[in-house]
Design a binder for this molecule. Structure first.
Ligand SMILES: *[C@@H]1O[C@H](CO)[C@@H](O)[C@H](O)[C@H]1NC(C)=O
Ligand SMILES: *[C@@H]1O[C@H](CO)[C@@H](O)[C@H](O)[C@H]1NC(C)=O
Ligand SMILES: *[C@@H]1O[C@H](CO)[C@@H](O)[C@H](O)[C@H]1NC(C)=O
Ligand SMILES: *[C@@H]1O[C@H](CO)[C@@H](O)[C@H](O)[C@H]1NC(C)=O
Ligand SMILES: *[C@@H]1O[C@H](CO)[C@@H](O)[C@H](O)[C@H]1NC(C)=O
Ligand SMILES: CC(=O)N[C@H]1CO[C@H](CO)[C@@H](O)[C@@H]1O
Length: 448
């Protein structure tokens, strides 16, 4: 199966690297928006996919290569839903940029240069493979290539106009160069060679460096406007029978943390009163369940969106506690389901997805409850949620629904109607072009 997918993809990408594909019309104004795709040897992208089963300490990701990185459909008749793995964002992005309307074959007229390097997939050999002790080398071969093959493309702006995608959190790529032996991660983002390159990834560092966060891919990739609209109608119509939902794992141990507090509160809430409680008054009695937990331990939900999307459709608030790192794919699943996200750390979203989720809109579409208040000061999440008037909840949900297009990666080759909606990819490209433009302008000012 994987071989089949791969050879198909190879053909497509080979074909597409010489010319752009499937752009029946170009209505877009391409002024200042030209992108040049740097040709790279297949060792930097396709060959890495062929090794999808070669990391013993990391799950075989061959099944998720299907459909150009969207994964297999959840079932044969599904049109919009796939078993997507966020690791394949690099491939999803590569496939989508091939149909970007303003591609150019001339690097000299390009406003930005895309490097189709599958950086996170390449990092697996350092993170989980035999090369763990040379993780500071991650990226050096790419840099050498860029300096030796048509070096004038890099030199034109010293890399400031280049960008690439890495499909894992920055945390995995910022091992200090002098850590010997390495503790965790490669040093890709620490290499001065790449400081000038704009990097798109699902989670950045607390301080904005060269990286910008973009949404994790969810499993929703509609092919046309009808499929998109049908989903949005379903989201709006859905009866929200649980007040709050947590889909995830963790919080089982004895150490106090936010996931443990959520579990404790959840268990107490529905066992002591199934909606029949004096503080659970008329306003809130529409909920048949106060709290719902979808246990996603051991990665069982990862490629099975039905497990959590159905409960999310039925919940009003979806809790987004930090786990190993502050961000979660689940934030975007929740938004897709019209479930209002509840954040416990600013780093979980507000300090990350500035292009996709504007900072000033957070009070309209989400709730923030500092985790310290819950874990150490006894604040009950339920009390906070129940105190929100129903009219306010409805307004918040409307704002969440408005965000759905911006956080989805629509299917490649989707209908022209759907292409009129800016999705996560389009928004990321806009942000990247603006960032690069600002950088180049700043450089000009410095020179004068
Ligand atoms: C990496 O280095 C550590 C410490 O020097 C050593 O114990 C380990 O075996 C090395 N790992 C590999 C895969 O070479
Ligand atoms: C990055 O840009 C700076 C100027 O802003 C330049 O001095 C430096 O050499 C560039 N780095 C590389 C690796 O090209
Ligand atoms: C809830 O409590 C009220 C008054 O305490 C009682 O009359 C009612 O039967 C209870 N309902 C349920 C479903 O337990
Ligand atoms: C009612 O629910 C609130 C909030 O969950 C809880 O603090 C309180 O103890 C409950 N009261 C009873 C009588 O179960
Ligand atoms: C119901 O409870 C909420 C929160 O505890 C409170 O704000 C609201 O005024 C209550 N409504 C009624 C009718 O008691
Ligand atoms: C009595 C009851 O319904 N208990 C449930 C409370 O919620 C937790 C988490 O969803 C469940 O595990 C309990 O079974």
């Amino acid at each position: 199966m994987a071989y089949f997918t791969l050879s198909f993809l190879l053909l497509l990408i080979k074909f597409a690297s010489s010319q752009q594909i499937s752009n029946p019309i170009t209505t877009e104004d391409c002024n200042n928006r030209w992108i040049y795709i740097r040709g790279l040897p297949s060792s930097f992208n396709l060959d890495l996919l062929a090794k999808c089963s070669e990391y013993p300490l990391f799950d075989d990701f061959c099944p998720y290569l299907a459909n150009h990185g969207l994964g297999q459909k959840t079932h044969s008749k599904s049109r919009s839903w796939y078993r997507s793995d966020p690791l394949l964002l690099e491939l999803i992005f590569h496939r989508r940029i091939l149909e970007y309307p303003c591609l150019t074959n001339d690097p000299n007229v390009a406003n930005a240069v895309f490097l189709p390097y599958y950086a996170a997939i390449d990092s697996l050999k350092y993170l989980y493979g035999p090369d763990v002790n040379s993780s500071f080398q991650h990226g050096t071969d790419l840099f050498e290539f860029l300096q030796s093959d048509e070096p004038e493309i890099w030199k034109k702006h010293m890399g400031h106009d280049h960008f690439l995608v890495m499909s894992r959190p920055a945390w995995d790529f910022c091992q200090p160069l002098d850590n010997d032996p390495p503790l965790w991660g490669t040093s890709f983002l620490e290499l001065p060679e790449f400081y000038n390159v704009t990097v798109l990834l699902p989670e950045g560092r607390a301080w904005p460096w060269q990286e910008h966060a973009v949404p994790y891919p969810t499993s929703f990739h509609p092919p046309n406007l009808a499929c998109f609209d049908a989903w949005v109608r379903r989201v709006k119509r859905s009866r929200r029978t649980s007040l709050m939902l947590f889909a995830g794992g963790g919080g089982i141990g004895a150490t106090p943390n936010i996931r443990r507090s959520i579990r404790t509160e959840c268990n107490n809430a529905n066992s002591s009163n199934n909606g029949n409680n004096t503080s659970f008054n008329k306003t809130n009695r529409i909920y048949s369940k106060i709290c719902n937990i979808v246990d996603c331990s051991n990665g069982i939900c990862e490629h099975d969106p039905v497990r959590y999307m159905k409960p999310m459709l039925q919940a009003t608030f979806c809790l987004q506690p930090p786990g190993d790192t502050p961000t979660r794919r689940s934030t975007f699943d929740a938004i897709t389901a019209g479930c209002i996200p509840v954040f416990f750390e600013e780093l979980s979203a507000k300090m990350q997805y500035r292009w996709h989720l504007p900072e000033d809109k957070y009070p309209e579409f989400s709730l923030f409850i500092p985790k310290e208040e819950v874990v150490f000061k006894g604040l009950k999440i339920l009390d906070v949620l129940m105190a929100i008037p129903r009219s306010e909840v409805r307004k918040m949900r409307d704002s969440v629904v408005e965000l759905i297009p911006r956080v989805m990666y629509r299917r490649h080759g989707s209908s022209l109607g759907l292409r009129t909606k800016k999705d996560a990819f389009d928004t990321a490209i806009d942000g990247t072009l603006q960032t690069i433009k600002d950088k180049l302008n700043n450089m000009l000012e410095v020179e004068h």
